[in-house]
Design a protein around this ligand. Sequence first.
Ligand SMILES: Cc1cc2nc3c(=O)[nH]c(=O)nc-3n(C[C@H](O)[C@H](O)[C@H](O)COP(=O)(O)OP(=O)(O)OC[C@H]3O[C@@H](n4cnc5c(N)ncnc54)[C@H](O)[C@@H]3O)c2cc1C
Length: 486
Amino acid sequence: MKKVAVIGSGFSSLAASCYLAQAGNNVTIYEKNETIGGRARQLKKHGFTFDMGPTWYWMPDVFERFFKDFGKYPSDFYELEKLNPAYRVYFGSGNYITIEDTLEKICASFEKEEPGSSLKLRKFMVQALDNYNIAIKDLVYRPGVSPLELVTFQTMKKIGQFFSTVSEDVRKEFTNPKLISILEFPVLFLGAKPSATPSFYSFMNYADFGLGTFHPKKGMFSVVDGIKNLAQKLGVTIKTNQNIEKIIVEKGKASGIISNGKKIETDIILSGADYHHTETLLEQKLRQYSKNYWNKKTFAPSALLFYVGFDKKIERVDHHTLFFDVDFKKHSEEIYDSPKWPDEPLFYASFPSKTDISVAPAGKEAGIFLIPLAPGLVDIPELRVEYFEKIIDRFEKITNQEVRKYVIFKESFCINDFTTDYNSYKGNAYGLANTLMQTAFLRPKLKSKKVKNLFFTGQLTVPGPGVPPALISGKLVAGLIEKEKK
Ligand SMILES: Cc1cc2nc3c(=O)[nH]c(=O)nc-3n(C[C@H](O)[C@H](O)[C@H](O)COP(=O)(O)OP(=O)(O)OC[C@H]3O[C@@H](n4cnc5c(N)ncnc54)[C@H](O)[C@@H]3O)c2cc1C
């Protein structure tokens, strides 16, 4: 029985731990924070409950496949509800489109906006489904070891889709700017601009319109809790408040960790902490990727988040509400091309208490606001306040109601918190973007090339950002560890 030390307790670490324990290893998770879940931690305050990170439960099939590997179903651990509407997108005051829970209904909304667009949407979705079947059912479950993993009969037929972009494809078919924004929105989860994301990633549109948006009762944290319970049943030990300060390497092999100043011996180390940070726990000569390497990479955005308790029910919003009433292109340039605090940011607001009474006291509303930002910006309290005021002004105008005076409390979370809480590179929120040059075998590797028995998982490695990819990353690395042992 091998002793495996897992650094971090995000989705990827938790998933990998389940597979490794199932394979008969003695697995211990070491998490620096007081609570588990990593970016998917939970905040509880004055009777309100907030998911601090992920709020969109997409690709339910990936979660089912994960639990099936252990003879279980998601419903053994948490209750899921399909949201209808899935979300609402505002383009101006009182001007919005609602995305409902079936393609039929979505086609009807498109047709209303732009006659003839529903036919184009159906055609677009045929390709999106085909890509979903190739990518999410197969390709993403390959460990990114060799470029040949991407060479299949099906991908060869679609080679052109790796060299055109989602943005180009959408604009070829649609002219209505609102429909364009809605169709470009799903790839934002991959961390790059739609104009830098290969067309093949239109599978995200199938995840959105074809599969729909779900809400786990009590929030995304109930998924963390579910996987934790599974892990513990499989024999995984979870230790919190354990800051790993160093990875010990002897004769080229990982042999231990220093946690809170104490040495712990182990056979194998798997880090689900951010890849860049994990390498800083090694001596310089044992790191695979240089400062320059990380500096040149396209990181997914960071974010300014507010978790707000409101002393009333908020009107004219849905569980997920997007505010695309300003120039999308300009804001994305301020994230990727000339990083700065945006002049007029797009933002996202979530009101989970619209569907889930467990997350706010009766008659009150839990609100989460998210502004995407370039990683590495200067983050000071004054700017947080300024941006809260900015978006609340717009929120009040667009939804035609007063909300500011009903704020019971607000907590913010931004670049400095991502850095201190998660050791995140430049305070990125969700890892390394999925651009063409940062796809599959071109991403940082699951296995260290320099240190034997040292492995990596999570959103900076394969397959990429998001909760479903984190679960897949955990499975991939566990498979690689088992293969190495043979
Ligand atoms: C604001 C936000 C919104 C998001 N929205 C969505 C969404 O709606 N849907 C979706 O699917 N995805 C979403 N994501 C992305 C998703 O949450 C992440 O991709 C996923 O949770 C990452 O999991 P992970 O295991 O890779 O890393 P993490 O969750 O970051 O886990 C890494 C863990 O390692 C720990 N750690 C770091 N250093 C050390 C150390 N030295 N010692 C011990 N422990 C250490 C950290 O504390 C952390 O717990 C969102 C992310 C954010 C931040």
